[in-house]
Ligand binder design. Structure first.
Ligand code: SF4
Length: 374
């Protein structure tokens, strides 16, 4: 019979839990330690203890693959080698450097927090968890990473790899998006960290989850933990961890107006509290469905106050799609010749060479590259 508790269900009965969990912890510690000794990933950005670098690295790694984040990390520390440099930077330059990494609020938060650390802490990172957590853009995971990797303090970095590994190994099948379930995993991880250097333990469990106990096709056959892993031994690896179903993505239809006037292009900065805040775009008409040519033409006069006699709208359009975590963006690009300078909605006119200096969302960057505009 399965044992149910407030964290969901452990896939063991009470007697099994009593007997096996102690052995499992010892087995886990021993085998993770021996695995990580063989698995030597010597990247500079892994070995550094500088809290500024750890903060940048862990912020970039959220929702991003290691190889992609590493390239951005290197560009960042080249342009902004210290927190003082980042604090003094222009936000548009930071956004340009961040372009393509997504989740742009992370870049804005980095800038805000860098200024705060310089102004309030003289450029020195606080060394206690609660003070780190109070900084904009720093959550449990990043605060734990700074505490353990920079200051050697026992805080477990609970990223998706770690949660998946523990849920499978201990056979926890409660919904891991629930706080009680996460707290239980954290408790188990804390108990196992005690005989390790915190930074070594955290790196080992994150690497193990990413390389062996992968989301798809975990390497159970070669896994040094398989002897005691509950998910493996009960044949339910593909069922764990349990996550509540994601809500359907919201569909948005963006009609970008590529207005060319006297060999200049019109762009504007996104300033609303919405996706891509701080990035640039072509003037946008958002609609709740795909718009046809005639509908676009009437919107131009209604919403952008463009006179039909002053413009020529090309009937052809190009379509791009971008998938975000909660939204699907369907973008159409309409090219428009304007016989008059277009001035509206905080737009600016830039020439073709200057276009490349601004930061754009991926869906616009792709359009610009495909059309050899930058
Ligand atoms: S046996 Fe499979 S599921 Fe269990 S820890 Fe190893 S890789 Fe993960």
């Amino acid at each position: 019979m399965l044992h149910r508790n407030k964290y969901g269900k452990f896939l063991l009965n009470k007697k099994e839990i009593f007997i096996f969990v102690g052995f499992m912890k010892t087995h886990f510690r021993k085998n993770i330690d021996s695995w990580r000794r063989d698995y030597n990933r010597e990247y500079f950005w892994i070995s550094t203890q500088d809290p500024y670098y750890i903060w940048l690295r862990e912020t970039m790694l959220q929702q991003t693959r290691v190889n992609q984040a590493a390239a951005y990390f290197n560009s960042f520390i080249k342009s902004y080698p210290t927190v003082h440099d980042l604090a003094a930077a222009d936000e548009d330059d930071i956004m340009k450097l961040w372009q393509g990494l997504g989740y742009y609020s992370r870049a804005r938060n980095l800038h805000t927090t860098a200024k705060h650390i310089v102004e309030e802490f003289n450029g020195i990172f606080p060394q206690d968890y609660d003070s780190l957590l109070a900084l904009k853009g720093i959550g449990d995971y990043t605060a734990s990473a700074i505490m353990s990797f920079s200051f050697g303090k026992p805080y477990v970095t609970m990223d998706g790899n770690v949660i998946r590994l523990f849920a499978r190994y201990f056979g926890i099948n409660g919904d891991v998006s629930r706080k009680a379930v996460k707290d239980e995993i954290l408790r188990l991880a804390n108990e196992m960290m005690h005989s390790f250097d915190p930074s070594v333990f955290n790196q080992a469990i994150m690497d193990f989850g990413a390389e062996i106990c992968k989301w798809r096709s975990p390497e159970c056959g070669n896994c040094p933990l398989n002897e005691k892993c509950i998910a493996f031994n009960k044949g339910i690896v593909d069922q764990l961890p349990v996550k509540k179903k994601k809500a359907l993505k919201r569909k948005r239809y963006f009609n970008f107006l590529v207005i060319r006037s006297n060999d200049k292009f019109v762009i504007e900065k996104r300033s609303d509290n919405d996706i891509w805040k701080g990035l640039f775009q072509f003037p946008l008409i958002e609609s709740n469905k795909v718009l046809a040519y005639e509908e676009i033409k009437s919107k131009l006069t209604e919403e952008l106050k463009l006179k039909e006699t002053d413009i020529k709208v090309n009937e052809e359009h190009q379509e791009y799609k971008q998938v975000l975590s909660h939204q699907m963006i369907y973008a159409r690009y309409w090219t428009i010749e304007s016989y008059k300078d277009y001035k509206s909605r905080n737009c600016i006119s830039v020439d073709k060479l200057t276009l490349s200096l601004y930061a754009y969302p991926k869906v616009i960057d792709c359009y610009l590259k495909d059309n050899i505009l930058i």
